[in-house]
Design a protein around this ligand. Sequence first.
Ligand code: ARG
Ligand code: ZN
Length: 865
Amino acid sequence: VQIRLEDYRPSDFLIDRVDLDVRLAPHDTRITARLALRANPAGRAGAPLVLDGDDLTLDGIELDGAPLSAEAYAASPAGLTLHAPPQGPFELTILTRVDPTANTKLMGLYRSNGVYCTQCEADGFRRITYFLDRPDVMAVYTTRIEAERAECPVLLGNGNPVEAGEIAGTGRHFAVWHDPHPKPAYLFALVGGALDRVAQDFTTMEGRTVAVAVYVEPGKGPRAAYALDAVIRSMRWDEEAFGRAYDLDVFNVVAVSDFNMGAMENKGLNVFNDKYVLASPETATDGDYAAIERIIAHEYFHNWSGNRVTCRDWFQLCLKEGLTVFRDQEFSSDMRSRAVHRIGEVRNLRARQFPEDAGPLRHPVRPGAYAEINNFYTATVYDKGAEIVRMLRTLVGADAFRAGMDRYFSDNDGTAATVEDFLAAFAAVTGRDLQPFARWYERPGTPALAVTRAYDAEARRYTLTFRQSLEAAGPPLVIPVALGLVGENGPLAGATSTSVSDGVFVLDTGTATVVFECVAEAPVPSVLRGFSAPVRLELDLTDAERLVLLRHDTDPFNRWQAAQGIAMRLILEPAAPGAGEAFADALGAFLDGEALADPAFAALVLSLPGEGEAANEIAADLDPDAIHAARTALRKALGTRLRPRLDALALALRASQDAPYSPDAASAGRRSLANACLDLIAAADPAAGTEGALLQLREARNMTDRLAALGVIAAIPGEAREAALSAFGATYADEPLVLDKWFAVQATIAEDGTPARIAALSRHPAFAMTNPNRVRALIANFAMGNPTQFARADGAGFALVAERIEALDRINPQLAARLLTAFSSWRRWENSRREKAAEILNRIKAIPALSRDVADIAARTLEAG
Ligand code: ARG
Ligand code: ZN
């Protein structure tokens, strides 16, 4: 059944207050919900009350304090209907019971490693009690939580703590939490368990003292320090950058070990996948630290973009997610290197969102219909959604953008809003018509932006012609194109164009021409600086021109892009003779000039496009083995030609690493360049690479360097590899998050033996199909990060993943559906692979009693087109 945006209508009833009493017990948790209801003036008069449920057992029901007769209602695990509810306001008391231990879907109330926790977005609250489980029904919640003190010394809820006490003689205790801010049910949360607390106060710009706390497994307190600091920095940054202050007396973050996604922004009580909280130099990499900082910020920023202003319906998901991703990107850019961060954002977008937009699962940033909303927490909604906000800022300028954000928050505070409300705030402060811009939300697919150029030396005039396209015909999109001209020997002075302001040309027609005057020499165009729009740029620069950009462009993104462009061409057209050498020499000159000045940027320039990124450039007859071979050959050629420099750089960078580990961006940048050097050295000379990696494994004093070394060794078959892998596994046998890295390294080995290795690792005592992090580490990394083995010509990779999907669907359908998206590019593979994939997809689709989650992805993946 499809739910459609155009069918939206307001709820017939509203819920003003919710009083919950939750008595936690491992298998038999009792929930009493007292709901203050009234008819919605905007709803249909005289309608029945239809409450959502999912897997619920009804234990009792009262209307205004009196038991309800059996004829007055109908209840099933999936819903509760009152046939003739009172006309005036009324109170409904509902008793339900659930089994948190048996809840392996990790939606609703479940137990993770003995800790009770909840996940209610998108529609998990209905697995706790019958409710109007839709985001436009907003209520004030009071939650009383009761549990055995020995099992759950810590009891947390939304809002502020108001009361706590013992229940004499029972060993049980309780806590009462009150959240004064009306919220939709998807932001409800509670936690109960034995947890350690690390805390710090923060005083808001409004003078409120907030007790900020991070709760983790007993003994892991020291590993929560970085996350705690990231919360404090996020609070300060949102005040400075957006004028947004926190609005409760406490802010709690809880790390749990079984979690379907990254984290969840429940009001005042963020629940996190522990992978995005716990960090120590011995167990977490630089990448982990950066991800923790980003996700902590993301969930905190939701307090305004998501909670204070929430979504009217789930079609508006990008309203909170795209905006909040944009906000967390800005935060990370301010905390770290803006240029380096932007390159990372774009790599991620191209690697994950572009293929989605080009395949059968494509959908608009604001979808028009869905069968299962949990399948729409996608790169398109999140990351392309963030790009739309970024383009909006580019179009209106930073000051008007900030004014528009202020206007959006103040006009919509306390409401459930729409994308139209968001754009209206910017239209109001700028006086612009944003209707044409709004097409970005509705139009699926990645537009191509084709650019042609002409230089008239006599007239000293340079002309760029732009043409936008999207297969789905329709009016043009509004594309901000940041651009500039670069001369052979440096920036080009004096060139002017009346269609470019602040370095941006706005393409809002199908084609347009930009004319530059006073252009003294034939320039190299630097187009789409900073990746100013999520498009595929079609601009046929020569390698020589790209090298001019790498040397002289003022825009770091396009400098990086220039090197990537050459590398991509060399991977896709491996036959081009000699070109690799010129590229290597240019990289060498670049490294000599600036590697040590900005190691993080240099590491990015040195790292080649991934196999997945390269595959995205191939529309049909894709052979992952050919891409792998071409990329490996290029790494080898670069490593060989750059060898003396790589050795010297690695040495210089290592020497500067004697200080104690710090996760800051500059230190991380030095490590990433040193490890990029080691990687290329190993590609050129496996023996030297093995030796260097073994030395680094022995001497590394942090997980970043240790794991990088393990990754290098893992690509070189032999006894040294097997010994290193087994030693690493033994060292970290009691560290599940480190074992995940070890699983991932082995899952991504591009060799025939990998499926057998994965089968063996699935029997490892630390592996469990019930734990999403383990499944992602071993199975999803294989399916999505090992193209030659997943898409093997013999079909063994597909079979392995399909078998896991089938097993997982009975445990955790959301996770199973995610895994299935690995097949979404199947139509682009060459014949034999394509046939095998189709066979497997049809087999999955035919499994009896398939979940809605997996059935939806399977059906859409197989749809023609
Ligand atoms: N709102 C969360 C975030 O972006 C994601 C929760 C998604 N959960 C789900 N079951 N689909 O941080
Ligand atoms: Zn989010």
